[in-house]
Design a protein around this ligand. Sequence first.
Ligand SMILES: [Ca+2]
Ligand SMILES: [Ca+2]
Length: 244
Amino acid sequence: MRHSQGLFCVKRTLQSAILFAFVILPSVARADELVVWNFNDSNLIADRGTGTLTTTVNPANITFLPGSLLLARMGDPAGLALAFESGTGLQNNGAILEFRVSTLGFQNIVVSWVNQRSEGGLTFLAIEGSIDGTNFFSLGGFGIGSANNDLGTGLIFSSGDATLFYNNPNFAIRLIMTGATDPNGTIRFDNIAVEGTPCEDSVCGVHPTMPEPTTMLLLGTGLVAVGIKIRRRKSIIDVSSKKN
Ligand SMILES: [Ca+2]
Ligand SMILES: [Ca+2]
């Protein structure tokens, strides 16, 4: 019971998140890669590390188009990028791209990717996160400004409520895509990565003390950052303590 009450509070807290965007600096951080998808092999299977990536886009509208060097890691060539067509009748409006990655043993989680849309392609991304793998809570969202340009996007989970995403086998992020206006329009994704730093016992070994309001910021040059500020709530501690 306490758990579900806690989840409700998490949901309420995350839904009150403040979203903002800005230009950030080049490197995303010195962190370990938990998983990377570079799509250069034309599939949804992780290319390094472990994680699962799924989508509700009609399989007939999943394709692979030229990729990006932006946010490429470990010398990855641009290669290919995962691309979704809007589809007949714009049927893929509302489709989901979801990735699940265990963050067990890691904190300071950073999620980043490159997105590009063509004219008429899916262009609005609502972002949702999960700490239990089942319930998803809004983390805000954004629209992809200019067409035909690679844009980096990222989320940094650090301190406060964001520690719920640390050391968590059920970590998941969902992008809900809308805004397509042309059946032949496309949105493409490349260099999706989840990174983190090894857990410190003081952070992952016990529930967090949440000294400051949570701030999720984006780092890196040329990246469009998505930051989320979450108010702390005492009730969140109930959930995090169940996790350990
Ligand atoms: Ca692959
Ligand atoms: Ca690529």
